[in-house]
Design a protein around this ligand. Structure first.
Ligand code: C2E
Ligand code: SIN
Ligand code: SIN
Ligand code: FE
Ligand code: FE
Length: 409
């Protein structure tokens, strides 16, 4: 890896150093969403672009992956646009499609006045729908160092110091590709991490067919967005916020992997559980915690907190409670944790999981309407749930619903 020597000669070393610093932060992130967010942040700050999006190659199409747009939404606000779900074919009907098809970087000064011989079209439908005016575009293919295309990044509306839209400078057109290789590698890693976790979830799903990939991706996304708002409200430093948001999305997806240890006749029972059966099921929290005992990474640490504590309740009536040795055979439930004794990520997942369990069908229950589920969440404030988390959840309902639409089934 690294740059070929000739490239060092081409650019002033201060710019290379600044790019290396930007790239380094990619390595701290695990999840694909956090990685895409970071790549757009760095590419936009390097080019002073108002907006940008990344599309990911998915067989013969490009799937929309992430978007930034300073004009349409603030970075700190909950944003349902990032959960929009669509893809475009890899062909020259779109700019990103053309870039994927040919591997060429495309720089456009004015999207509405393309040269008549332009090999691609600009689709103004997105602008019209969003109420935005695209002018200058820089679209770059994202290749790994092995030359495999991972996606396309499109930067939109470079600005001068006064905020006026200008074309992308030639220098920027040369610098962005340096970031692109490393971005592609980070994206690859992010996709692999997500797939690895979904594979773990599948093992649990074989046991509990209702605990699906879609369910856990929703719980992961709700949790990440709730955390984001919590962190903004508590003025958490941006880098710390981004790292924790990254971790909670993945760790929340693993909240119920401990169900692998619960016998089928209990887990798949179509009716209400007996008291003994429910006592057995409570152990899924402890079994989950055991999986992350060797806390070698921050992801393990958070996964442990969430797996162990996602059924604790704010008022101290949850489970498993404080257990001195979670490796003990036939482990007994301890005295419940309450309020801030419950780690914040677990307080967040507790709400996200219950909301999603209620609106989903289970072996033992029908799916509930959103209204009925929201009533349960609202009336659980201060009892089952941390009231502050409930308040934040209601503030970001449009994002919650966008997530439900994206991960269906
Ligand atoms: P789950 O299905 O993922 O449900 C997670 C949590 O959502 C539950 O935690 C509960 O707090 C909430 N929840 C789910 N369905 C309902 C409901 O119909 N009404 C209300 N008020 N809350 C609901 P809980 O109770 O600790 O259960 C943990 C896990 O135990 C459940 O995970 C599920 O796998 C199993 N389970 C719970 N009750 C039953 C049951 O009656 N029959 C069967 N077969 N399994 C059950
Ligand atoms: C988009 O801008 O969302 C993709 C279509 C295009 O590149 O023209
Ligand atoms: C653990 O065993 O790490 C959690 C139980 C406790 O906090 O006492
Ligand atoms: Fe659970
Ligand atoms: Fe669950």
């Amino acid at each position: 890896m690294g740059f070929r020597p000739s490239q060092y000669v081409q650019y002033p070393s201060s710019e290379i150093t600044s790019i290396m610093k930007r790239i380094e932060e990619f390595n701290y992130l695990q999840d694909i969403d956090a990685i895409l967010d970071k790549i757009l942040e760095e590419a936009r700050s390097l080019s002073n672009a108002d907006a940008g999006s990344i599309f990911i190659v998915e067989s013969d199409r490009l799937r929309f992956g992430y978007v930034h747009n300073d004009t349409l939404f603030k970075q700190d606000e909950a944003n349902e646009q990032i959960y929009v779900d669509f893809s475009v074919p890899i062909n020259s009907q779109s700019i990103v499609g053309y870039v994927a098809l040919t591997g060429n970087t495309v720089a456009i000064d004015d999207a509405y006045h393309l040269p008549p011989d332009s090999p691609f079209g600009f689709n103004a439908a997105y602008d019209r729908k969003a109420g935005y005016q695209t002018r200058s575009i820089l679209a770059v293919p994202l290749y790994t160092f092995h030359g495999r295309l991972v996606g396309v990044m499109q930067l939109i509306n470079a600005k001068d110091e006064k905020g006026r839209v200008i074309p992308f400078f030639k220098k920027i057109q040369d610098l962005i590709p340096l970031l692109a290789n490393n971005a592609a590698v980070a994206i690859d890693r992010g996709i692999m991490n997500r797939e690895m976790i979904l594979r773990m979830v599948k093992m649990a799903e074989l046991r509990d067919p209702m605990e699906t990939g879609a369910h856990v991706q929703r719980v992961g996304a709700y949790s990440a967005e709730i955390y984001h708002q919590w962190a903004v409200k508590h003025k958490i430093d941006k880098q710390e916020k981004n790292r924790q948001k990254d971790l909670i999305r993945l760790a929340a997806m693993l909240h119920d992997v401990g169900k692998v240890g619960i016998p089928d006749h209990i887990l798949k029972k179509p009716d209400k559980l007996t008291k003994n059966e429910f006592n057995a099921i409570k152990r899924h929290t402890v079994y989950g915690g055991r999986l992350f005992m060797n806390q070698t990474s921050s992801l393990d640490q958070m996964s442990m907190q969430i797996a162990l504590c996602h059924h604790e309740k704010w008022d101290g009536s949850g489970y498993p409670g404080k257990i001195s040795n979670i490796m003990q055979k036939d482990v007994k439930m301890g005295s419940p944790r309450q309020k801030s004794e419950i780690p914040l990520p677990a307080r967040i997942v507790a709400l996200a999981d219950v909301y999603d369990a209620l609106v989903s069908r289970r072996s033992y229950k029908k799916s509930w309407s959103r209204e009925k589920a929201l009533d349960v969440i609202e009336s659980g404030a201060g009892e089952h749930f941390d009231p502050e988390i409930v308040e934040i959840f209601f503030q970001i309902l449009p994002v919650i619903h966008a997530i439900e639409n994206k991960f269906k089934g």
